[in-house]
Design a protein around this ligand. Structure first.
Ligand code: SF4
Length: 370
């Protein structure tokens, strides 16, 4: 890893132009195909920098279920809402999840009506808040993928205040790729992997894509050059009928990941089947606190079951299909008409990593390279 790299090089217009030319000539005789990314950060960067404009029409990069806020099961938000309505209990969580519509309401609306919900910027803040008010009960509602889960696991392993509990809704990405393979036809020919999640897990956890599905994967960073390099690498592999799992984010990510993070995760969490909103149950994809930490598990310590059945989506909302990469936000009749970032009807319109939110914000961007 080179700590002294100049990040400006990864935004260079000249290098982007050269990569775009490479991709164009490399793919000139290739049949139409799709590549999928599974990271909301990639969708944000791709749309913000208008990178799809640099790809030939027959090479599509589609968005998968890469936004942790979007795929957070509605049942978990309903549980957090139930907890926030209990006396002397405060739910602490990240800002984005507050506005996500759940079955009957959102955490934001509950807070406006007097429910105890506080935004924190990191789980460390949750510890500080719990220490300041030892008579109160606090529940950290944890949403996110491997990187967030590793941070939570590290804190739990180091010890947390007795009045702080955890409602865990973290998800582990690799198993969802198997489900995506079942949903899509053979036009899906490769995956862009999220570089930040890979910094924790490393790449071996994706070897099944090479061994079982014979599909190439490339872990990518988040600057325009990072993403186009990974796309060029994927196209090269596809053209040569190779199915490797490649690290295109070497300046940050080791192939073996972060061993300390992995140890924290395996000590604190077990992986169980878990629901992804819009996608359904995915085997071995839900982080659950191990029995050793049951005393911190809000689901075991409190009654957080809502009294009503879950409902994932507003009628007409196509988030479930957007997250699977089956349709574009523009295919939803509610997009931009009634569903906006100011008034989101579905989870994909809430977070800066949600596909609908990203397309709403940056849809007009066009870049002239000449
Ligand atoms: Fe769901 Fe709104 Fe996106 Fe439609 S535009 S799919 S309602 S988030």
């Amino acid at each position: 890893m080179n700590q002294n790299l100049n990040i400006a090089a990864f935004n260079s217009r000249e290098i982007v132009s050269r990569l775009a030319e490479d991709i164009k000539s490399l793919s000139a005789d290739m049949a139409p195909l799709k590549l999928m990314h599974i990271c909301g950060g990639h969708e944000n960067a791709i749309v913000r920098h208008a990178l799809r404009q640099f790809l030939p029409a027959h090479i599509q990069v589609i968005a998968g279920p890469g936004c942790p806020v979007c795929i957070c099961p509605v049942e978990a938000i309903d549980e957090a809402i139930t907890l926030a309505q209990q006396p002397n209990t405060t739910v602490l969580t990240f800002g984005d999840i507050l506005r996500v519509p759940a079955t009957k309401t959102s955490l934001e609306e509950v807070r406006a009506k007097g429910g105890r919900v506080k935004v924190v910027y990191s789980p460390v803040d949750a510890i500080k808040i719990a220490q300041q008010e030892p008579q109160q009960t606090f529940v950290f509602f944890s949403v996110g993928f491997e990187t967030t889960a590793a941070g939570i696991a590290g804190l739990i392993r180091s010890g947390v205040p007795e009045n702080l509990f955890f409602l865990i809704a973290n998800r582990y990405i690799p198993p969802v790729l198997k489900l995506l393979m079942d949903v899509h036809d053979e036009s899906l020919q490769g995956f862009l992997l999220a570089g930040h999640a890979g910094t924790i897990t490393g790449l071996e956890v994706y070897d099944f894509m090479r061994d079982e599905y014979r599909l190439p994967c490339a872990a990518a960073g988040f600057e325009p050059v990072d993403i186009l390099l990974a796309i060029r690498k994927l196209l090269t592999l596809i053209k040569n009928n190779q199915h490797d799992v490649i690290n295109c984010y070497r300046r940050v990510m080791k192939n073996t990941g972060n061993k300390i993070g992995q140890q924290c995760l395996s000590e604190v969490f077990a992986l169980e089947p878990g629901t992804w909103r819009g996608i359904g149950a995915v085997d071995n994809s839900a982080y659950q606190l191990k029995d050793k930490y049951a005393h911190l598990d809000a689901r075991k310590q409190f009654n957080c079951k809502p009294s009503y059945p879950p409902q994932s989506f507003h009628p007409g909302c196509l988030c479930h299909r957007v997250m699977l990469g089956e349709v574009e936000p523009q295919d939803c009749k509610l997009f931009k008409k009634v569903c906006t970032p100011g008034k989101p009807f579905g989870p994909c319109m809430v977070s800066a990593e949600g596909t609908c939110h990203v397309r709403y914000n940056y849809s007009e961007i066009k870049i002239n390279l000449s």
